[in-house]
Design a protein around this ligand. Structure first.
Ligand SMILES: *[C@@H]1O[C@H](CO)[C@@H](O)[C@H](O)[C@H]1NC(C)=O
Ligand SMILES: *[C@@H]1O[C@H](CO)[C@@H](O)[C@H](O)[C@H]1NC(C)=O
Ligand SMILES: *[C@@H]1O[C@H](CO)[C@@H](O)[C@H](O)[C@H]1NC(C)=O
Ligand SMILES: *[C@@H]1O[C@H](CO)[C@@H](O)[C@H](O)[C@H]1NC(C)=O
Ligand SMILES: *[C@@H]1O[C@H](CO)[C@@H](O)[C@H](O)[C@H]1NC(C)=O
Ligand SMILES: *[C@@H]1O[C@H](CO)[C@@H](O)[C@H](O)[C@H]1NC(C)=O
Ligand SMILES: *[C@@H]1O[C@H](CO)[C@@H](O)[C@H](O)[C@H]1NC(C)=O
Length: 809
């Protein structure tokens, strides 16, 4: 299933992110200097630091929403040369005017690239009070521990530096800090796992008494924030967006007297409510998008004199919004089409999405000659008033009708529409031929409606010239997927999932040289595996789930082109619930290059989404099974990888070459007829988070080395013929008992832990009495345990979840 997402909310968020960014930058402005101050040792240290790193122009920097940030980088250290001896004049360097010691270093956005080593010469600049390294690329090097050596540090900004690993607790020794920014726009760490977050925050509150600004957005906190945070009375700005926080947010934080800005967006599991007592009077910005805050919006909020922005979309507030703050809200609960617009002949863009407008779209709207961009999404509109012929003068270029209650045929007011979003309505009848009259459509999203009939062949012309994304998922379309893709050079994504298409996949798909995503899930396509698509150099996602596909999953003869499979860029393949059969050759996974390794320097590519940045926030999305549930990824991260072959009739051994897929996150081979052992090479898959081989005929032991895979948070080996001990790793102990059931020969102390604490004395350590043991263990295994499942600790999938949950409407 595929959907599209657009909302003006994103624009708003982007704006505030930029705004905040510029506010934080204010902290980092330094005074200029007088010449001839520089100390030799300070200069040498600076040059050493410069030489530790390379300069590399970064690609676009993305904000938390995945939008490009307006960050301009250039190599500041280029001005650091021996010939210009006064290092106090070097760009980004500030010296103390009397002592000449370097007290400030602002190398933000300086194109620095390379590892920040634990022994970096930076730590020799002992007089530093301000250090800003934001927006550089330290290539996922571990967060150096020794920042506490910089004892005078007052402002530290390591935002967007792609440091990884744990945030060292030593940082909490920097008791002079007034501003600490460790945010990263994607939850790629640093994470706090070394020390549990509540303790970290308690120490932080205790030690960093002067802290005024704290930003740890994107850091995986995954715990409750302790109430001690509210003792940080110096705090003015608290930003913890996308931190995967749980539990109840301590609302005593709202009592911090000078707190001006609180941003807790995108923490879906964070509960809380706004207290009814008078919140501190300084609050200017309160943002709770995508949290589980609930209850009423108390009147006390309305009394906040300085409040400029209150953003609460996608949280659970109920009740009435106090009239005192109505004017400050983004959306205004309009229920009727605003008549005054009639006279706005020069109006170019109209965004009245996210209101409660009912009834018909008035005909006069299309006569506004200036109107080019029209957002009507997320209202309760049900139809169009007046003639349903395109109006000759209409210039509408962007039309967003999604998430309304439109019924009947789709009406296109203009022939120059390039971006058409009509998803989540109840449009019926055939896809109107007027779609084929659009002069150069780029995105056509008609998903989640009730269109019937076949996909119009006349779209072939538009395919050739302009269409980049075709989304028809969840309709009632019949017939076959027509052969209209000849020369569809711009086509990036096709989603026709959840329809009733039959027949074969068209040959012309082979010619879509730009295609990245093909999703035909849940149709009735009766064909063999489309190997001819392996010529598509950009195809990253192939979803064929739940069709009538059959035959082998590999070329009969690898000598044809030297590979069994092909598809150089494929990262997500889901062929589950078809009728594929045959055995897989043992070197089957050779040349699955995109899952075998990630390119070291390809940092930005890895933290972006498939489809890159499209106009109007359209992303291709996909639903995949993971950890036993279907996971809706409203955007597909380019680093996400998954192989789902489940529910077919594949037999033979699991190819040993699976061990080559070092970047694989999800592997599902369940419900097939695999025999032989679980390959020990699986232990090489250090990125693996979820492994399901249940319901096969696998025998032998579970390779003990699998116990070392720390990211493997979900394992299911049930209903096979496995024997021997369960591996020792903690991840194995955390599984639900049902992950092991139906294997008569599995045993081990850990199985006892998992499957219930009974008859401890009967656990037999020696393997000499195997028969007896097997019987015993089987009993143990069937007893449900009270151990909850703890999710994997690697963050990759968590991102998927976060994105999925806060984008769901
Ligand atoms: C830091 O340590 C590495 C080895 O771990 C060494 O190669 C490098 O020269 C050291 N750098 C400095 C600045 O001491
Ligand atoms: C399509 O739906 C319309 C009304 O919803 C119906 O009248 C028509 O018969 C349907 N056409 C097909 C081919 O099912
Ligand atoms: C697929 O098509 C073939 C012939 O075209 C037919 O024999 C077969 O029954 C079809 N399979 C299914 C599952 O419908
Ligand atoms: C693997 O696939 C099967 C069948 O499609 C599904 O039931 C199961 O939940 C999947 N396993 C995981 C871990 O998602
Ligand atoms: C697994 O990794 C080890 C060490 O890196 C290597 O020797 C072995 O060949 C790998 N196995 C496979 C199947 O990739
Ligand atoms: C493991 O797989 C079996 C069979 O596929 C299923 O019944 C069981 O619920 C699964 N266990 C978990 C924890 O998902
Ligand atoms: C184990 O999984 C089964 C099915 O997936 C579920 O019904 C049961 O509640 C789970 N047990 C525990 C302890 O999580």
């Amino acid at each position: 299933m595929i959907g599209s997402y657009y909302s003006s909310l994103s624009f708003f968020l982007r704006t505030i992110v930029l705004l905040l960014f510029s506010i934080l930058n204010l902290f980092n402005t330094f005074a200029s200097l007088t010449p001839d101050l520089c100390h030799q040792d300070q200069r040498d240290t600076l040059l050493d630091f410069k030489n530790e790193l390379k300069i590399q122009k970064p690609d676009e920097v993305l904000d938390f929403e995945g939008y490009p940030m307006n960050v301009t980088s250039y190599p500041k250290t280029d001005s650091w040369t021996n010939t210009n001896s006064d290092c106090c004049n070097w760009e980004g360097v500030t010296c103390d005017t009397s002592s000449g010691k370097v007290i400030g270093l602002d190398l933000s956005c300086s194109c620095l690239h390379g590892r920040l080593e634990p022994n970096t010469s930076l730590f020799r600049l002992q007089h530093l009070q301000t250090l800003n390294l934001a927006y550089n690329n330290f290539t996922f090097s571990p967060f150096p521990a020794k920042f506490h050596k910089l004892v005078s540090l007052q402002r530290l900004n390591l935002s967007q530096t792609s440091l990884t690993g744990q945030i060292p607790t030593e940082i909490l020794q920097l008791t002079s800090l007034v501003s600490l920014d460790l945010s990263s726009s994607f939850s790629f760490s640093p994470s706090l796992l070394a020390i549990e977050s509540p303790l970290f925050f308690r120490l932080l509150a205790k030690n960093l008494r002067s802290l005024r600004a704290l930003d740890m957005s994107g850091v995986n906190i995954s715990f409750e924030i302790p109430h001690e945070v509210s003792s940080m009375w110096s705090l003015r700005s608290l930003r913890l967006e996308g931190c995967n926080m749980f539990g109840e947010f301590p609302n005593s934080v709202f009592l911090i007297p000078n707190l001006e800005s609180i941003r807790l967006d995108h923490n879906p599991n964070l509960r809380g409510y706004l207290p009814d007592f008078l919140i501190n009077n300084s609050l200017q910005i309160l943002s709770l998008v995508g949290t589980s805050f609930s209850g009423n919006i108390p009147d006390s909020i309305g009394k906040l004199k300085h409040l400029t922005s209150l953003t609460i979309q996608e949280s659970n507030f109920s009740g009435k919004i106090p009239s005192s703050i109505g004017k400050q809200l983004q959306c205004c609960n309009i229920t009727e089409f605003p008549e005054f617009l009639r006279d706005q002949a020069n109006l170019q863009t109209l965004d009245i999405s996210n209101n409660k407008i009912q009834g018909q779209v008035p005909n006069w709207l299309w006569r506004l000659q200036g109107l080019e961009v029209l957002f009507l999404s997320s209202n309760s509109l049900s139809g169009f008033n007046g003639s349903l012929n395109p109006l000759p003068g209409s210039q509408i270029d962007v039309l967003d009708l999604s998430s309304n209650a439109f019924q009947g045929p789709l009406f296109l007011p203009s022939t120059v529409i390039r971006y058409l979003f009509a998803s989540k309505n109840n449009f019926t009848g055939e896809i109107p031929p007027s779609v084929c009259e659009l002069t150069s459509p780029s995105i056509l999203d008609l998903s989640n409606n009730n269109f019937n009939g076949s996909i119009p062949r006349c779209l072939e012309t538009q395919m050739m010239t302009s269409i980049s994304d075709l989304n028809l998922h969840s309709n009632s379309l019949t017939g076959s997927l027509p052969d209209i893709f000849t020369n569809a050079e711009r086509l990036r994504s096709i989603d026709v999932s959840h329809n009733r298409l039959h027949g074969k996949l068209p040959e012309s798909l082979t010619l879509c040289s730009a295609l990245e995503v093909l999703n035909v899930e849940s149709n009735e396509i009766n064909d063999t595996f489309p190997f001819h698509l392996s010529s598509l150099q950009k195809l990253q996602v192939l979803v064929l789930r739940s069709n009538k596909l059959h035959g082998m999953l590999h070329h009969h003869d690898s000598s044809v082109n030297g590979v069994w499979f092909g598809f150089p860029q494929l990262k997500i393949i889901d062929v589950s619930h078809n009728d594929f059969s045959g055995a897989l050759p043992s070197d089957y996974f050779m040349n699955w290059t995109a899952i075998t390794s990630k390119k070291d320097d390809d940092y930005t590519q890895q933290v972006s989404y498939i489809g890159d940045f499209h106009d109007y926030g359209y992303y291709t999305s996909v639903v995949l099974m993971n950890k036993g549930v279907s996971m809706a990824m409203q955007r597909i991260l380019t680093i996400y990888t998954a192989i789902d072959f489940s529910g077919n009739r594949i037999h033979g051994q699991v190819p040993e070459s699976i061990g080559l897929l070092k970047e694989l996150h999800v592997l599902n081979l369940s419900r097939n007829a695999f025999t032989g052992h679980i390959p020990s090479s699986l232990a090489n898959l250090t990125a693996l988070e979820s492994l399901d081989v249940s319901q096969n005929k696998l025998s032998g032991e579970i390779p003990p080395k699998l116990g070392d895979l720390s990211s493997l948070g979900w394992i299911n080996v049930s209903h096979n013929e496995l024997v021997g001990p369960i591996p020792q790793g903690t991840q194995f102990q955390r599984q639900n008992c049902s992950s092991y059931e139906g294997n008569t020969g599995l045993f081990g102390a850990s199985l006892k832990d998992i499957c219930g604490d009974i008859r401890e004395s009967e656990i037999i350590e020696s393997s000499s009495e195997e028969e007896e043991e097997e019987e015993e263990e089987e009993k143990l295994c069937w007893i449900a345990a009270g151990i909850g499942f703890a999710p994997g600790i690697v963050l990759g999938l968590t991102i998927g979840y976060i994105v999925a949950s806060y984008k769901q409407e």
